[in-house]
Ligand binder design. Structure first.
Ligand code: FES
Ligand code: FES
Length: 156
C-alpha cells in the first residue's frame, strides 16, 4: 500500500506494508541513510528522528502510525536555528568519535532544547539517557548541549 508522509518538509511516498518501521522507509525506500539502525528495539537511540518535534525511535514506529505528522531527520536539522546551534556546539567540543550514534544524539538534543531551552543537568540526563554511545562521548555531549543552551539564552 502506498503511504504518503512528510519528511523534512517534502511529501514523500512509500509503497510498503503498514507495519514497516519508519526507519526502513527512510533508509531503504527514500535513501536517507543519516538515521542509523542500532538495535531495532528502541534500546539505543541511533534511529531517533523528530515526529512533530518529539524525539522518536523510528525503528519501532510503523509507517501507518504517522499520518499527517511531520517527520524531521538529521539531514534537515541543521536548517533550524536550534539544530544549527547544536551542530556548531558538537563541532566546537569535538564530540564525535566513531560517529555511529551521533545523528540520534543530535536529534534528541535538539528536541530537548526546543522544548526546554535552558535545561538542568537532570533535564539533559533525562532526555539523553536513551541514546547509547559505545565510544563514551557522554561528557562532551553534555558540554555541547550546555553551549547550545547558552546560545539559546543569548539568542545567538
Ligand atoms: S535502532 Fe532504534 S532505538 Fe536502536
Ligand atoms: S561516537 Fe561511537 S558510538 Fe557514539
Amino acid at each position: 500500500m502506498a503511504f504518503e508522509i512528510e519528511v523534512n518538509g517534502v511529501k514523500r511516498s512509500a509503497d510498503v506494508d503498514g507495519d514497516t518501521p519508519l526507519l526502513w522507509v527512510l533508509r531503504d525506500v527514500l535513501g536517507m541513510t543519516g538515521t542509523k539502525f542500532g538495535c531495532g528495539r528502541a534500546l539505543c537511540g541511533a534511529c531517533t528522528v523528530h515526529i512533530d518535534g518529539n524525539a522518536t525511535r523510528s525503528c519501532i514506529t510503523p509507517i501507518d502510525s504517522i499520518g499527517a505528522s511531520k517527520v524531521t531527520t538529521i539531514e534537515a536539522i541543521g536548517a533550524t536555528p536550534i539544530g544549527a546551534r547544536v551542530q556548531k556546539a558538537w563541532l566546537d567540543h569535538e564530540v564525535v568519535q566513531c560517529g555511529y550514534c551521533q545523528s540520534g544524539q543530535i536529534m534528541s538534543a535538539t528536541a530537548l532544547l526546543a522544548q526546554t531551552p535552558h535545561p538542568t543537568d537532570a533535564d539533559i540526563d533525562g532526555a539523553m539517557s536513551g541514546n547509547v554511545c559505545r565510544c563514551g562521548t557522554y561528557l562532551r555531549i553534555r558540554d555541547a548541549i550546555k553551549q547550545a543552551a547558552q546560545q539559546n539564552r543569548q539568542g545567538g
